[in-house]
Design a protein around this ligand. Structure first.
Ligand code: SF4
Length: 140
């Protein structure tokens, strides 16, 4: 199998822009695993069941944040108000399987100011993050 274009790693450091928290087509839903819902509920100091009732919707059997607006309901003043407890989908951004083709990455780099900043994230770390994202997708 050929080596990925990012085998030397990729420079990335979140700049806290919150741009990934604004819906754009395919990125419309923030999906939530059960551990995600538990963590967010604990952060908000409410039972998981209450969190699910108040903040979630279900599409094709999968829970996601019930974001009715373009902007995520937890984005306040351009920042994530639940950052420490944020969903896996948010924590693993931008290293999602669908972003790792060179063309898709170019599109990500156009709106995410973290791309090309900070230290190089080694390929092994990227592989780990990709695994975590895949695992979480399987848990939906
Ligand atoms: S939960 Fe936080 S990091 Fe995730 S989309 Fe919403 S505001 Fe952004």
């Amino acid at each position: 199998m050929s080596k990925p274009w990012w085998e030397q790693g990729i420079r990335f450091a979140c700049q806290g822009s919150g741009k990934c928290c604004v819906s754009r087509g395919d990125y419309g839903y923030v999906y939530l695993t059960l551990p995600d819902r538990r963590r967010l509920a604990a952060a908000l100091g409410i039972p998981t069941r209450e969190f699910t009732r108040q903040y979630c919707a279900k599409t094709e059997g999968c829970f996601h944040l019930d974001n009715r607006e373009v902007e995520c309901m937890f984005r306040e003043h351009g920042r994530c108000s639940v950052y420490e407890a944020r969903p896996t989908q948010c924590r693993t951004w931008p290293f999602w399987p669908e972003n790792m083709k060179a063309k898709a990455w170019t599109a990500v780099a156009e709106y995410c100011p973290g791309v090309g900043k900070g230290h190089t994230v080694p390929a092994e770390t990227i592989v780990e993050i990709l695994r975590e994202q895949r695992r979480s997708t399987e848990q939906l």
